[in-house]
Design a protein around this ligand. Sequence first.
Ligand code: GLN
Length: 536
Amino acid sequence: MSHTKYIFVTGGVTSSLGKGIISSSLAKLLQARGFKATIQKLDPYINVDPGTLNPYEHGECYVTDDGAETDLDLGHYERFSNVPTSQANNVTTGRIYQTVIDKERKGDYLGSTVQVIPHITDEIKRSIKILGESGKYDFVITEIGGTVGDIESLPYVETVRQMRWELGEDCAVIHLTLIPYLAAAGELKTKPTQHSVKTLLEQGVQPDIIVCRTEHSLNESIRRKIARFCNVSPSSVIESIDASSIYDVPVLMRNEGLDVEVLNKTNTPIGKEPDLKDWEEFLYKLKNPSKEVNIGLVGKYVELKDAYKSINEAFVHASTRNDCKVNVVLIHSEEVLDENVDEKLKDLDGMLVAPGFGNRGIEGKITAIRYVRENKIPFLGICLGMQCAVIEFARNVLGYKDAHSTEMLEKTKHPVIDIMEEQKKISNLGGTMRLGAYQCKLDKDSRIFDVYGGIKEVNERHRHRYEFNNAYLDECKTAGLIPVGVNTKNNLVEIVELKDHPWFFGVQFHPEYKSTVAQPHPIFVDFVKAALDNKS
Ligand code: GLN
Protein backbone atom coordinates (compact mmCIF):
# COMPACT_ATOMS: atom_id res chain seq x y z
CA MET A 1 0.00 0.00 0.00
CA SER A 2 1.31 3.47 -0.79
CA HIS A 3 0.80 4.98 2.64
CA THR A 4 -0.05 3.90 6.15
CA LYS A 5 -3.57 3.97 7.54
CA TYR A 6 -4.08 4.75 11.22
CA ILE A 7 -6.76 2.99 13.23
CA PHE A 8 -7.56 4.14 16.76
CA VAL A 9 -9.27 1.97 19.33
CA THR A 10 -10.89 3.76 22.27
CA GLY A 11 -12.88 2.30 25.12
CA GLY A 12 -16.06 3.41 26.84
CA VAL A 13 -18.39 2.54 29.75
CA THR A 14 -15.88 0.40 31.70
CA SER A 15 -12.32 -0.77 31.50
CA SER A 16 -11.37 -4.42 30.84
CA LEU A 17 -13.63 -4.83 27.82
CA GLY A 18 -10.78 -6.30 25.81
CA LYS A 19 -9.46 -3.44 23.64
CA GLY A 20 -6.16 -5.31 23.41
CA ILE A 21 -7.82 -8.46 22.13
CA ILE A 22 -9.99 -6.54 19.64
CA SER A 23 -6.90 -4.68 18.38
CA SER A 24 -4.94 -7.94 18.14
CA SER A 25 -7.81 -9.66 16.34
CA LEU A 26 -8.12 -6.82 13.84
CA ALA A 27 -4.36 -6.96 13.20
CA LYS A 28 -4.62 -10.72 12.70
CA LEU A 29 -7.48 -10.32 10.17
CA LEU A 30 -5.69 -7.59 8.23
CA GLN A 31 -2.58 -9.76 8.18
CA ALA A 32 -4.63 -12.71 6.95
CA ARG A 33 -5.73 -10.50 4.05
CA GLY A 34 -2.12 -9.82 3.14
CA PHE A 35 -1.65 -6.43 4.84
CA LYS A 36 1.15 -5.58 7.22
CA ALA A 37 -0.18 -4.36 10.55
CA THR A 38 1.29 -3.36 13.88
CA ILE A 39 -0.37 -2.44 17.15
CA GLN A 40 0.57 0.24 19.64
CA LYS A 41 -0.64 0.94 23.16
CA LEU A 42 -0.83 4.43 24.60
CA ASP A 43 -1.03 4.28 28.38
CA PRO A 44 -2.33 7.35 30.24
CA TYR A 45 -0.40 6.82 33.49
CA ILE A 46 2.60 8.90 34.57
CA ASN A 47 5.05 6.04 35.09
CA VAL A 48 7.60 6.15 32.28
CA ASP A 49 7.00 2.44 31.77
CA PRO A 50 5.30 -0.36 33.72
CA GLY A 51 8.69 -1.82 34.75
CA THR A 52 8.45 -0.20 38.16
CA LEU A 53 4.81 -1.17 38.74
CA ASN A 54 4.13 -4.20 40.87
CA PRO A 55 1.91 -6.98 39.51
CA TYR A 56 -0.92 -6.01 41.90
CA GLU A 57 -1.13 -2.71 40.04
CA HIS A 58 -0.62 -3.75 36.49
CA GLY A 59 -0.32 -7.51 36.00
CA GLU A 60 2.68 -8.85 34.16
CA CYS A 61 5.36 -6.60 32.73
CA TYR A 62 6.05 -7.74 29.16
CA VAL A 63 9.53 -7.34 27.64
CA THR A 64 10.33 -6.77 23.97
CA ASP A 65 13.45 -7.75 22.00
CA ASP A 66 14.83 -4.22 22.29
CA GLY A 67 14.51 -4.35 26.07
CA ALA A 68 11.40 -2.22 26.58
CA GLU A 69 9.39 -3.03 29.71
CA THR A 70 5.84 -2.74 28.47
CA ASP A 71 2.14 -3.25 29.05
CA LEU A 72 0.97 -6.86 28.92
CA ASP A 73 -1.24 -6.09 25.91
CA LEU A 74 1.93 -6.10 23.79
CA GLY A 75 2.15 -9.79 24.66
CA HIS A 76 -1.27 -10.30 23.06
CA TYR A 77 -0.21 -8.32 20.01
CA GLU A 78 2.79 -10.61 19.50
CA ARG A 79 0.94 -13.83 20.33
CA PHE A 80 -1.79 -13.04 17.79
CA SER A 81 0.30 -11.48 15.01
CA ASN A 82 3.61 -13.31 15.47
CA VAL A 83 5.34 -9.99 14.73
CA PRO A 84 7.79 -8.66 17.35
CA THR A 85 6.98 -5.33 18.98
CA SER A 86 9.42 -2.74 20.33
CA GLN A 87 9.63 0.32 22.56
CA ALA A 88 7.78 2.28 19.86
CA ASN A 89 4.72 0.08 20.43
CA ASN A 90 4.15 1.27 24.01
CA VAL A 91 4.03 4.91 25.02
CA THR A 92 3.00 6.32 28.39
CA THR A 93 2.12 9.82 29.55
CA GLY A 94 5.28 9.69 31.68
CA ARG A 95 7.43 9.04 28.62
CA ILE A 96 5.68 11.77 26.58
CA TYR A 97 6.16 14.39 29.32
CA GLN A 98 9.75 13.28 29.95
CA THR A 99 10.57 13.80 26.26
CA VAL A 100 8.82 17.18 26.11
CA ILE A 101 10.50 18.40 29.30
CA ASP A 102 13.92 17.24 28.03
CA LYS A 103 13.33 19.18 24.81
CA GLU A 104 12.26 22.25 26.77
CA ARG A 105 15.45 22.11 28.86
CA LYS A 106 17.53 21.91 25.69
CA GLY A 107 15.78 25.01 24.37
CA ASP A 108 14.18 23.18 21.46
CA TYR A 109 10.95 25.17 21.81
CA LEU A 110 12.77 28.46 21.18
CA GLY A 111 11.25 30.36 24.06
CA SER A 112 7.61 29.49 23.49
CA THR A 113 5.26 28.53 26.31
CA VAL A 114 5.16 24.74 26.44
CA GLN A 115 1.54 23.52 26.60
CA VAL A 116 -0.57 20.37 26.43
CA ILE A 117 -1.80 21.55 23.03
CA PRO A 118 0.24 21.62 20.83
CA HIS A 119 3.41 20.35 22.50
CA ILE A 120 2.15 17.27 24.33
CA THR A 121 -0.29 16.35 21.55
CA ASP A 122 2.45 16.84 18.94
CA GLU A 123 4.73 14.51 20.88
CA ILE A 124 1.92 11.92 21.09
CA LYS A 125 1.40 12.33 17.34
CA ARG A 126 5.11 11.87 16.70
CA SER A 127 5.08 8.65 18.77
CA ILE A 128 2.17 7.31 16.73
CA LYS A 129 3.65 8.27 13.38
CA ILE A 130 7.08 6.75 14.11
CA LEU A 131 5.55 3.37 13.33
CA GLY A 132 3.77 4.54 10.18
CA GLU A 133 6.81 6.38 8.89
CA SER A 134 9.02 3.32 9.31
CA GLY A 135 7.52 2.23 5.98
CA LYS A 136 6.99 -1.25 7.37
CA TYR A 137 3.24 -1.19 7.91
CA ASP A 138 0.04 -0.69 5.93
CA PHE A 139 -1.92 -0.29 9.18
CA VAL A 140 -0.94 1.11 12.55
CA ILE A 141 -3.57 0.18 15.13
CA THR A 142 -3.30 2.41 18.19
CA GLU A 143 -5.09 1.39 21.35
CA ILE A 144 -5.77 4.21 23.80
CA GLY A 145 -5.60 2.91 27.36
CA GLY A 146 -8.31 3.82 29.90
CA THR A 147 -11.90 4.83 29.26
CA VAL A 148 -13.15 7.96 27.46
CA GLY A 149 -14.04 10.65 29.94
CA ASP A 150 -11.01 9.93 32.12
CA ILE A 151 -9.11 13.14 32.83
CA GLU A 152 -5.77 11.51 32.05
CA SER A 153 -6.74 10.30 28.58
CA LEU A 154 -7.88 13.73 27.34
CA PRO A 155 -4.63 14.59 25.50
CA TYR A 156 -4.78 11.24 23.69
CA VAL A 157 -8.38 11.71 22.53
CA GLU A 158 -7.49 15.25 21.46
CA THR A 159 -4.61 13.80 19.41
CA VAL A 160 -7.04 11.40 17.76
CA ARG A 161 -9.31 14.35 16.92
CA GLN A 162 -6.43 16.21 15.28
CA MET A 163 -5.12 13.18 13.41
CA ARG A 164 -8.55 12.33 12.01
CA TRP A 165 -8.82 15.81 10.65
CA GLU A 166 -5.32 15.71 9.17
CA LEU A 167 -5.51 12.17 7.77
CA GLY A 168 -9.07 12.06 6.43
CA GLU A 169 -9.76 8.64 4.95
CA ASP A 170 -6.40 7.31 6.09
CA CYS A 171 -7.81 7.13 9.59
CA ALA A 172 -10.67 5.38 11.37
CA VAL A 173 -11.83 5.27 14.97
CA ILE A 174 -13.22 2.16 16.63
CA HIS A 175 -15.02 2.62 19.92
CA LEU A 176 -15.41 -0.44 22.15
CA THR A 177 -18.25 -0.26 24.65
CA LEU A 178 -20.32 -2.47 26.91
CA ILE A 179 -23.95 -3.41 26.27
CA PRO A 180 -25.06 -4.58 29.71
CA TYR A 181 -27.78 -7.18 30.15
CA LEU A 182 -30.33 -6.47 32.86
CA ALA A 183 -31.42 -9.89 34.00
CA ALA A 184 -34.46 -8.59 35.89
CA ALA A 185 -35.75 -6.81 32.78
CA GLY A 186 -34.42 -9.50 30.44
CA GLU A 187 -33.01 -6.77 28.22
CA LEU A 188 -29.78 -5.54 26.70
CA LYS A 189 -29.28 -1.83 27.36
CA THR A 190 -27.76 0.64 24.89
CA LYS A 191 -27.87 3.80 27.02
CA PRO A 192 -24.33 3.53 28.45
CA THR A 193 -23.03 3.22 24.88
CA GLN A 194 -25.01 6.28 23.79
CA HIS A 195 -23.49 8.26 26.67
CA SER A 196 -20.04 7.01 25.98
CA VAL A 197 -20.24 8.06 22.32
CA LYS A 198 -21.60 11.46 23.48
CA THR A 199 -18.53 11.86 25.67
CA LEU A 200 -16.32 11.14 22.67
CA LEU A 201 -18.31 13.63 20.59
CA GLU A 202 -17.86 16.32 23.25
CA GLN A 203 -14.16 15.82 22.70
CA GLY A 204 -14.60 16.17 18.96
CA VAL A 205 -14.34 12.55 17.91
CA GLN A 206 -17.07 10.71 16.01
CA PRO A 207 -16.35 6.98 16.05
CA ASP A 208 -16.64 5.15 12.71
CA ILE A 209 -17.23 1.71 14.14
CA ILE A 210 -18.77 0.66 17.45
CA VAL A 211 -17.73 -2.68 18.84
CA CYS A 212 -20.21 -3.82 21.48
CA ARG A 213 -19.04 -6.17 24.19
CA THR A 214 -22.01 -8.24 25.29
CA GLU A 215 -23.03 -11.43 27.06
CA HIS A 216 -25.97 -11.97 24.67
CA SER A 217 -26.33 -11.68 20.91
CA LEU A 218 -27.42 -8.27 19.59
CA ASN A 219 -30.56 -8.48 17.48
CA GLU A 220 -31.23 -6.28 14.43
CA SER A 221 -33.34 -3.79 16.34
CA ILE A 222 -30.63 -3.18 18.95
CA ARG A 223 -28.03 -2.77 16.21
CA ARG A 224 -30.26 -0.23 14.46
CA LYS A 225 -30.86 1.63 17.71
CA ILE A 226 -27.14 1.91 18.44
CA ALA A 227 -26.49 3.00 14.85
CA ARG A 228 -29.22 5.68 15.03
CA PHE A 229 -28.12 7.17 18.34
CA CYS A 230 -24.40 7.01 17.62
CA ASN A 231 -24.32 8.26 13.99
CA VAL A 232 -22.92 5.12 12.40
CA SER A 233 -24.33 2.73 9.81
CA PRO A 234 -25.85 -0.52 11.14
CA SER A 235 -23.06 -2.50 9.46
CA SER A 236 -20.60 -0.58 11.63
CA VAL A 237 -22.17 -1.91 14.82
CA ILE A 238 -20.09 -4.97 15.60
CA GLU A 239 -21.02 -7.51 18.22
CA SER A 240 -18.25 -8.78 20.48
CA ILE A 241 -19.86 -11.58 22.40
CA ASP A 242 -18.13 -13.22 25.39
CA ALA A 243 -15.98 -16.07 24.09
CA SER A 244 -14.61 -19.16 25.80
CA SER A 245 -11.10 -18.33 24.57
CA ILE A 246 -9.46 -15.05 23.59
CA TYR A 247 -8.26 -16.91 20.48
CA ASP A 248 -11.88 -17.18 19.26
CA VAL A 249 -12.09 -13.42 18.83
CA PRO A 250 -10.40 -13.09 15.39
CA VAL A 251 -12.89 -15.59 13.98
CA LEU A 252 -15.83 -13.84 15.68
CA MET A 253 -14.62 -10.49 14.33
CA ARG A 254 -14.28 -11.94 10.83
CA ASN A 255 -17.85 -13.23 11.04
CA GLU A 256 -19.01 -9.78 12.14
CA GLY A 257 -17.01 -8.13 9.33
CA LEU A 258 -14.86 -5.84 11.49
CA ASP A 259 -11.99 -6.01 9.01
CA VAL A 260 -14.27 -5.22 6.05
CA GLU A 261 -15.68 -2.20 7.90
CA VAL A 262 -12.16 -0.92 8.61
CA LEU A 263 -11.13 -1.38 4.98
CA ASN A 264 -14.26 0.42 3.77
CA LYS A 265 -13.84 3.31 6.18
CA THR A 266 -10.22 3.79 5.15
CA ASN A 267 -11.02 3.47 1.45
CA THR A 268 -8.83 0.42 1.07
CA PRO A 269 -9.59 -2.25 -1.56
CA ILE A 270 -11.14 -5.26 0.17
CA GLY A 271 -9.14 -7.87 -1.76
CA LYS A 272 -9.24 -11.54 -0.91
CA GLU A 273 -10.92 -13.21 2.05
CA PRO A 274 -8.72 -13.53 5.14
CA ASP A 275 -6.88 -16.84 5.26
CA LEU A 276 -7.41 -18.18 8.80
CA LYS A 277 -6.78 -21.85 8.04
CA ASP A 278 -3.86 -22.27 10.46
CA TRP A 279 -5.64 -20.25 13.12
CA GLU A 280 -8.77 -22.37 12.88
CA GLU A 281 -6.68 -25.52 13.05
CA PHE A 282 -5.09 -24.20 16.24
CA LEU A 283 -8.55 -23.46 17.66
CA TYR A 284 -9.77 -26.94 16.78
CA LYS A 285 -6.82 -28.50 18.61
CA LEU A 286 -7.33 -26.18 21.55
CA LYS A 287 -10.95 -27.27 21.92
CA ASN A 288 -10.57 -30.97 21.20
CA PRO A 289 -7.70 -32.26 23.33
CA SER A 290 -7.46 -36.01 23.73
CA LYS A 291 -5.61 -35.97 27.07
CA GLU A 292 -4.73 -33.66 29.95
CA VAL A 293 -1.85 -32.92 32.30
CA ASN A 294 -1.53 -31.07 35.58
CA ILE A 295 1.33 -28.62 35.71
CA GLY A 296 1.96 -26.70 38.92
CA LEU A 297 2.74 -23.00 38.69
CA VAL A 298 4.52 -21.97 41.87
CA GLY A 299 4.69 -18.24 42.50
CA LYS A 300 3.78 -15.54 44.98
CA TYR A 301 1.21 -13.79 42.77
CA VAL A 302 -0.90 -16.81 41.82
CA GLU A 303 -4.11 -15.15 43.02
CA LEU A 304 -3.67 -12.44 40.37
CA LYS A 305 -5.13 -13.42 37.01
CA ASP A 306 -2.72 -11.35 34.94
CA ALA A 307 0.54 -11.75 36.89
CA TYR A 308 1.76 -14.75 34.87
CA LYS A 309 -0.14 -14.00 31.65
CA SER A 310 2.57 -14.96 29.16
CA ILE A 311 3.33 -18.22 30.99
CA ASN A 312 -0.34 -19.22 30.92
CA GLU A 313 -0.61 -18.38 27.23
CA ALA A 314 2.63 -20.25 26.43
CA PHE A 315 1.04 -23.35 28.01
CA VAL A 316 -2.04 -22.85 25.81
CA HIS A 317 0.13 -22.69 22.68
CA ALA A 318 2.22 -25.69 23.75
CA SER A 319 -0.84 -27.77 24.65
CA THR A 320 -2.13 -27.68 21.07
CA ARG A 321 1.18 -29.11 19.84
CA ASN A 322 0.78 -32.01 22.28
CA ASP A 323 -2.89 -32.67 21.64
CA CYS A 324 -3.63 -32.16 25.31
CA LYS A 325 -5.13 -29.74 27.77
CA VAL A 326 -2.77 -28.26 30.35
CA ASN A 327 -4.41 -27.70 33.72
CA VAL A 328 -2.30 -25.03 35.35
CA VAL A 329 -2.44 -25.74 39.09
CA LEU A 330 -1.75 -22.52 40.97
CA ILE A 331 0.41 -23.03 44.05
CA HIS A 332 1.19 -20.17 46.38
CA SER A 333 4.91 -20.33 47.16
CA GLU A 334 4.39 -19.02 50.72
CA GLU A 335 2.18 -22.01 51.47
CA VAL A 336 4.68 -24.72 50.49
CA LEU A 337 6.40 -26.10 53.58
CA ASP A 338 8.51 -29.20 54.32
CA GLU A 339 5.51 -30.66 56.17
CA ASN A 340 3.01 -30.31 53.31
CA VAL A 341 5.11 -30.39 50.15
CA ASP A 342 4.19 -33.99 49.36
CA GLU A 343 0.49 -33.29 49.81
CA LYS A 344 0.65 -30.14 47.67
CA LEU A 345 2.72 -31.49 44.78
CA LYS A 346 2.01 -35.21 44.59
CA ASP A 347 -0.62 -34.97 41.84
CA LEU A 348 1.49 -32.83 39.53
CA ASP A 349 2.82 -34.16 36.23
CA GLY A 350 5.20 -31.21 35.95
CA MET A 351 6.06 -28.05 37.84
CA LEU A 352 7.11 -24.55 36.85
CA VAL A 353 8.62 -22.05 39.28
CA ALA A 354 7.78 -18.53 38.22
CA PRO A 355 9.92 -15.41 37.86
CA GLY A 356 9.83 -12.83 40.62
CA PHE A 357 11.59 -10.36 42.84
CA GLY A 358 12.29 -10.22 46.55
CA ASN A 359 12.34 -12.62 49.44
CA ARG A 360 8.65 -13.38 49.97
CA GLY A 361 7.85 -17.00 49.19
CA ILE A 362 11.41 -17.92 48.29
CA GLU A 363 11.78 -20.80 50.76
CA GLY A 364 8.56 -22.40 49.46
CA LYS A 365 9.95 -22.31 45.93
CA ILE A 366 13.18 -23.96 47.09
CA THR A 367 11.26 -26.65 49.02
CA ALA A 368 9.08 -27.35 45.96
CA ILE A 369 12.13 -27.66 43.71
CA ARG A 370 13.79 -30.12 46.08
CA TYR A 371 10.65 -32.26 45.89
CA VAL A 372 10.49 -32.37 42.07
CA ARG A 373 14.25 -32.90 41.78
CA GLU A 374 14.18 -35.86 44.15
CA ASN A 375 10.91 -37.28 42.78
CA LYS A 376 11.95 -36.85 39.16
CA ILE A 377 8.98 -34.69 38.21
CA PRO A 378 9.60 -32.52 35.11
CA PHE A 379 10.64 -29.04 36.16
CA LEU A 380 11.07 -25.68 34.49
CA GLY A 381 12.48 -22.75 36.44
CA ILE A 382 12.18 -19.35 34.80
CA CYS A 383 14.49 -16.49 35.85
CA LEU A 384 14.02 -16.41 39.66
CA GLY A 385 12.81 -20.01 39.23
CA MET A 386 16.18 -20.97 37.78
CA GLN A 387 17.99 -19.05 40.50
CA CYS A 388 16.01 -20.98 43.13
CA ALA A 389 16.98 -24.26 41.45
CA VAL A 390 20.64 -23.31 41.73
CA ILE A 391 20.21 -22.32 45.40
CA GLU A 392 18.39 -25.59 46.13
CA PHE A 393 21.13 -27.60 44.42
CA ALA A 394 23.89 -25.75 46.29
CA ARG A 395 22.13 -26.28 49.62
CA ASN A 396 21.02 -29.89 49.30
CA VAL A 397 23.50 -31.45 46.87
CA LEU A 398 26.69 -29.42 47.33
CA GLY A 399 25.94 -29.16 51.04
CA TYR A 400 26.18 -25.36 51.39
CA LYS A 401 23.29 -24.99 53.81
CA ASP A 402 23.46 -21.19 53.76
CA ALA A 403 23.69 -20.84 49.96
CA HIS A 404 21.52 -17.99 48.68
CA SER A 405 21.13 -15.18 46.20
CA THR A 406 22.57 -11.86 47.31
CA GLU A 407 19.20 -10.36 46.35
CA MET A 408 17.69 -12.12 49.36
CA LEU A 409 20.68 -12.31 51.72
CA GLU A 410 23.36 -9.82 50.87
CA LYS A 411 25.99 -11.23 53.20
CA THR A 412 25.48 -14.94 52.47
CA LYS A 413 28.68 -17.01 52.69
CA HIS A 414 27.72 -18.86 49.50
CA PRO A 415 26.35 -16.36 46.98
CA VAL A 416 25.55 -18.86 44.24
CA ILE A 417 23.41 -16.17 42.61
CA ASP A 418 25.02 -12.76 42.65
CA ILE A 419 24.55 -9.28 41.26
CA MET A 420 26.58 -8.40 38.17
CA GLU A 421 29.46 -5.99 38.67
CA GLU A 422 27.94 -3.37 36.32
CA GLN A 423 24.58 -3.55 38.18
CA LYS A 424 26.19 -2.57 41.51
CA LYS A 425 26.68 1.06 40.48
CA ILE A 426 23.07 1.54 39.37
CA SER A 427 20.76 3.47 41.67
CA ASN A 428 17.78 4.20 39.39
CA LEU A 429 15.32 1.31 39.32
CA GLY A 430 13.54 2.06 36.03
CA GLY A 431 14.84 0.37 32.88
CA THR A 432 18.18 -0.62 34.38
CA MET A 433 18.03 -4.43 34.60
CA ARG A 434 19.53 -6.80 32.03
CA LEU A 435 16.66 -6.32 29.59
CA GLY A 436 15.75 -7.58 26.16
CA ALA A 437 17.16 -10.16 23.79
CA TYR A 438 20.60 -11.77 24.22
CA GLN A 439 22.27 -14.56 22.29
CA CYS A 440 22.85 -17.86 24.07
CA LYS A 441 25.05 -20.69 22.78
CA LEU A 442 23.75 -24.19 23.35
CA ASP A 443 25.85 -27.18 24.29
CA LYS A 444 25.34 -29.54 21.38
CA ASP A 445 25.53 -32.63 23.53
CA SER A 446 22.69 -31.45 25.72
CA ARG A 447 19.01 -32.20 25.63
CA ILE A 448 18.21 -28.50 25.27
CA PHE A 449 20.00 -28.53 21.91
CA ASP A 450 17.44 -31.11 20.72
CA VAL A 451 14.56 -29.25 22.37
CA TYR A 452 15.40 -26.22 20.22
CA GLY A 453 15.56 -28.43 17.13
CA GLY A 454 19.33 -28.61 16.79
CA ILE A 455 20.26 -24.94 16.51
CA LYS A 456 23.56 -23.71 17.95
CA GLU A 457 22.51 -20.29 19.19
CA VAL A 458 19.21 -18.96 20.42
CA ASN A 459 18.02 -15.48 21.16
CA GLU A 460 15.88 -14.99 24.26
CA ARG A 461 14.57 -12.08 26.32
CA HIS A 462 15.79 -11.18 29.80
CA ARG A 463 14.62 -9.10 32.75
CA HIS A 464 16.77 -9.46 35.86
CA ARG A 465 19.71 -8.08 37.83
CA TYR A 466 21.17 -11.21 39.38
CA GLU A 467 23.07 -14.05 37.69
CA PHE A 468 24.48 -17.51 38.24
CA ASN A 469 27.80 -17.01 40.06
CA ASN A 470 30.51 -18.63 37.93
CA ALA A 471 32.66 -19.21 41.04
CA TYR A 472 30.40 -22.24 41.62
CA LEU A 473 30.32 -23.41 38.03
CA ASP A 474 32.80 -26.29 38.25
CA GLU A 475 31.36 -27.64 41.48
CA CYS A 476 27.81 -27.57 40.10
CA LYS A 477 28.93 -29.21 36.90
CA THR A 478 30.79 -32.02 38.65
CA ALA A 479 27.78 -32.69 40.87
CA GLY A 480 25.37 -32.83 37.89
CA LEU A 481 23.90 -29.37 37.37
CA ILE A 482 25.26 -28.59 33.91
CA PRO A 483 25.42 -25.17 32.25
CA VAL A 484 24.07 -26.07 28.82
CA GLY A 485 23.39 -22.56 27.54
CA VAL A 486 25.91 -19.75 27.91
CA ASN A 487 26.17 -16.16 26.72
CA THR A 488 29.59 -16.36 25.08
CA LYS A 489 30.17 -12.58 25.19
CA ASN A 490 30.24 -12.39 28.98
CA ASN A 491 30.22 -16.06 30.03
CA LEU A 492 26.92 -15.76 31.85
CA VAL A 493 25.10 -19.03 32.40
CA GLU A 494 21.67 -18.82 30.78
CA ILE A 495 20.45 -22.44 30.99
CA VAL A 496 21.16 -25.19 33.51
CA GLU A 497 20.12 -28.81 33.10
CA LEU A 498 20.15 -31.50 35.75
CA LYS A 499 21.79 -34.80 34.87
CA ASP A 500 20.01 -38.04 35.74
CA HIS A 501 16.60 -36.42 35.78
CA PRO A 502 13.95 -36.95 33.09
CA TRP A 503 13.42 -33.23 32.48
CA PHE A 504 14.86 -30.48 34.70
CA PHE A 505 15.80 -27.08 33.29
CA GLY A 506 16.41 -23.63 34.69
CA VAL A 507 16.48 -20.72 32.26
CA GLN A 508 17.69 -17.26 33.17
CA PHE A 509 15.60 -15.75 30.36
CA HIS A 510 11.84 -15.67 29.77
CA PRO A 511 10.84 -18.13 27.02
CA GLU A 512 7.18 -17.28 27.62
CA TYR A 513 7.60 -13.82 26.04
CA LYS A 514 8.41 -15.36 22.68
CA SER A 515 5.67 -17.98 22.50
CA THR A 516 2.99 -17.25 19.89
CA VAL A 517 0.05 -19.10 18.35
CA ALA A 518 2.04 -19.57 15.13
CA GLN A 519 5.25 -20.49 16.96
CA PRO A 520 4.73 -22.05 20.38
CA HIS A 521 7.97 -21.91 22.34
CA PRO A 522 9.97 -25.16 21.98
CA ILE A 523 10.83 -25.26 25.70
CA PHE A 524 7.14 -25.14 26.65
CA VAL A 525 6.22 -27.67 23.96
CA ASP A 526 8.86 -30.11 25.22
CA PHE A 527 8.01 -29.43 28.86
CA VAL A 528 4.35 -30.33 28.28
CA LYS A 529 5.48 -33.45 26.42
CA ALA A 530 7.73 -34.40 29.35
CA ALA A 531 4.81 -33.90 31.75
CA LEU A 532 2.65 -36.16 29.55
CA ASP A 533 5.40 -38.81 29.48
CA ASN A 534 5.72 -38.55 33.24
CA LYS A 535 1.98 -39.00 33.65
CA SER A 536 1.92 -42.17 31.59
N1 GLN B 1 14.84 -11.13 41.05
C1 GLN B 1 15.69 -11.83 40.13
C2 GLN B 1 16.72 -10.90 39.49
O1 GLN B 1 16.54 -9.72 39.45
C3 GLN B 1 14.90 -12.55 39.07
C4 GLN B 1 14.06 -11.65 38.20
C5 GLN B 1 13.01 -12.37 37.42
O2 GLN B 1 12.58 -13.47 37.78
N2 GLN B 1 12.51 -11.75 36.36
O3 GLN B 1 17.71 -11.35 39.01
